[in-house]
Design a protein around this ligand. Structure first.
Ligand code: ADP
Ligand code: TRP
Length: 319
């Protein structure tokens, strides 16, 4: 089964990204033929400047490789290294009714958030359709907010196939198993835009400081602590199995430990979980040539499929 997904590189990653997006994605490579790219053409529509876009792109590549994308199993590249996707984007644009794009809620949401309304932002579902169709994708793992884009991709592919013959595979979305919303240090949804995130690759001391900032109730030391609504407890459980969760509940209820102990425990859990990733990251940060080689190799592999597809497409449309 060919599974494809694009990564929007947007700076430092946090625990919410890790549990909500990266871990489930990395797991897919064990069972599927996974194609993953850093969507830098997409990022262009909201990028500040060249340096930031470049930096975010390479940082995202390093982070994903560190967190488990295995280049021996997964084809991993930077979108703009396979520029055939833009050729297909234009061809698909011809078949995309304005009404279809006008109904896309992500465009409206982004404009509402203050991103300047541009043609690129408006037509980005067509570029996403090109990403997906170019490589004969069968399944697209997405969060709920992206389902509409995969449906639009199908609509465009159906229209193309009706007019020109069976060229494109109709992709299906895979909604990632509902991951609970990970709370930030204030208990709201963890998000880089709310300033409540715990970043993945902090130094140990910084990580402890961040954990210390988690808001908890003011139960005095020596009294049992309520675990049910507690954000520290909620974050700890991300790393624990059922037996360990019960043990932690008992520790909260015993009254022998205060919040400080649990904040230390949480820091240890995060630190241990990311030990291997940290080592790999340190390696890749000092071997960026190797990262570039992996990405170039991935681009080569996906270009083979892309070029063959474009040949088919061009033949049927008369280019
Ligand atoms: P942010 O809210 O920090 O800007 P993004 O919107 O860039 O995060 O999220 C990227 C991916 O990470 C999303 O697809 C989402 O699945 C996941 N994600 C982000 N925050 C959380 C969270 N608090 N809980 C669960 N998943 C999250
Ligand atoms: N639009 C997706 C997002 O914002 C990223 C993306 C671009 C993508 N192209 C894709 C996802 C193709 C899946 C398939 O998260």
């Amino acid at each position: 089964m060919r599974v494809l997904t694009g990564i929007q590189a947007s700076g430092k990653l946090h625990l919410g990204n890790y549990f909500g997006a990266m871990k489930p994605m990395v797991a897919l490579q064990e069972e599927h033929e996974l194609f993953t790219f850093i969507a830098n053409y997409h990022s262009l529509s909201s990028s500040k400047d060249a340096q930031t876009l470049k930096q975010y792109t390479i940082d995202a590549a390093i982070d994903y490789l560190s967190l488990g994308i295995d280049p021996n199993k997964t084809t991993f590249w930077i979108q703009s290294d396979v520029p055939q996707v833009l050729e297909l984007y234009w061809i698909l644009s011809k078949l995309t009714p304005m009404g279809l794009l006008e109904r896309a809620h992500s465009y409206k949401d982004k404009v509402a958030k203050g991103i300047p309304a541009s043609h690129a932002l408006f037509s980005y579902p067509v570029l996403m359709a090109a990403d997906i169709l170019l490589l004969d994708t069968q399944k697209v793992p997405v969060g709920k907010d992206q389902i509409q884009h995969v449906e639009m991709t199908r609509d465009i592919a159906i229209k193309f196939n009706n007019e020109f013959g069976e060229i494109f595979i109709l992709p299906e979305y895979m909604v990632q198993e509902e991951v609970a919303t990970i709370p930030g240090i204030d208990g709201q949804k963890m998000s880089k835009s709310y300033g409540n995130a715990i970043d993945l690759f902090l130094e140990e001391k910084e990580l402890q400081k961040r954990c210390n900032k988690i808001i908890s109730s003011s139960t005095p030391l020596g009294e049992p602590l309520e675990w049910k609504e507690d954000h520290i407890y909620a974050l700890c459980t991300l790393f624990l199995d059922d037996v360990q969760k019960i043990e932690l509940q008992e520790r909260f209820k015993s009254g022998k430990e205060g919040y400080g102990h649990f904040k230390k425990y949480l820091k240890e859990l995060i630190w241990d979980e990311l030990g291997e990733a940290r080592e790999k990251r340190a390696y890749y940060l000092s071997h960026t040539d190797e990262v570039q080689d992996i990405l170039k190799e991935g681009a080569k592999k996906s270009a083979i499929i892309a070029l063959a597809k474009m040949e088919q497409v061009k033949a049927v449309i008369g280019l």
